[in-house]
Design a protein around this ligand. Structure first.
Ligand SMILES: [Zn+2]
Length: 105
């Protein structure tokens, strides 16, 4: 799954900030073996959102998903970004580490 990061999209910037704190996430797996990330809220201290590659429990996602089924929130973006970075680090050093990320201006 590719990710588009836009310097003009505030949500992209916040997703990077969230992904930078991935060390504070707690990772579990659901019954199907999918990773579930418990991601701390930026605005509500003490609140953890349950985030996967395609869903989140935050208000932004829950409201947006009613309007647009492709809606993603900053937490989902952060989880996708983090997963891509982890995968990139697992690849042999000979392959490009940046080809999976696209930066648009
Ligand atoms: Zn969210």
């Amino acid at each position: 799954m590719g990710i588009t990061i836009s310097a003009d999209d505030p949500r992209s910037i916040r997703a990077i900030e969230i992904a930078a704190n991935a060390g504070r996430w707690r990772v579990t797996r659901d019954g199907d073996g999918r990773e579930l990330f418990r991601v701390p809220s930026q605005n509500h201290p003490g609140v953890l959102y349950l985030v996967t590659q395609s869903s989140c429990t935050c208000a932004d996602f829950l409201h947006g998903a009613d309007l647009d089924e492709d809606h993603v929130c900053k937490h989902i973006l952060a989880v996708r970004l983090y997963s891509e970075l982890v995968r990139a680090q697992e690849r042999p050093a000979t392959t490009s580490r940046r080809s999976h990320l696209r930066v648009v201006h």
